[in-house]
Design a protein. Structure first.
Length: 182
């Protein structure tokens, strides 16, 4: 149950992953997912130095495991349900902050930083505006691309005058009121 299809059937197979990756906060999900791994693993991991075993176990091992699994789940949620990216980003940031006292300084700060950056990227990500495809009804019709391209580029700008209407020192209203110094 995804909000949008994972890959378009019209896209060639070699470009499907690129299209899928560009329609969701891919890097945010990846960083959040990778941040959850050290947070969940380090309280249970051992390191052997010769005959000596160094255990990173904490009393809150179950809490660290829960935080790590939730961060991995949030990373996957960012990938497969991009509509909830803001919630997932905020939850990832909160869990990363909670992991500092619970899970060995947030997975030795590595998991904490990856989860914080991934959550922030998820909140900041916005989907690209949909591309409108022009449908030609007649083969003899002239293309309207230059007129539409100019309209798209100047959509947020005030009306521009041609080179014959230059602002002079005697005009009261030049370029939409920008030079009103009379």
């Amino acid at each position: 149950m995804s909000a949008d299809p994972t890959a378009s059937r019209e896209v060639p197979k070699e470009k499907r992953f690129k299209v899928w990756r560009q329609t969701r906060p891919f890097w945010a999900g990846l960083l959040t997912l990778l941040g959850g791994v050290p947070i969940a693993y380090l309280p249970y991991g051992d390191m052997r130095l010769g005959n000596m075993t160094l255990a990173m176990a904490t009393t809150a091992g179950a809490g660290a495991l829960i935080i790590g699994v939730l961060l991995i789940t949030l990373g996957l949620t960012m990938w497969f349900q991009p509509i909830v990216r803001v919630f997932a980003g905020v939850a990832a940031i909160v869990l990363a902050l909670v992991s500092i006292p619970v899970s060995n300084f947030g997975g030795l700060v590595i998991g904490f930083m990856l989860s914080m950056i991934g959550g922030a990227m998820s909140i900041a990500w916005a989907p690209a505006p949909p591309v409108e495809e022009a449908v030609d009804t007649e083969d003899d019709a002239e293309p309207e691309a230059p007129a539409e391209a100019g309209a798209v580029l100047t959509a947020g700008l005030p009306e521009q005058r041609g080179p014959e209407h230059h602002a002079t020192h005697k005009t009261f209203d030049a370029n939409g009121g920008r030079n009103s110094a009379g």
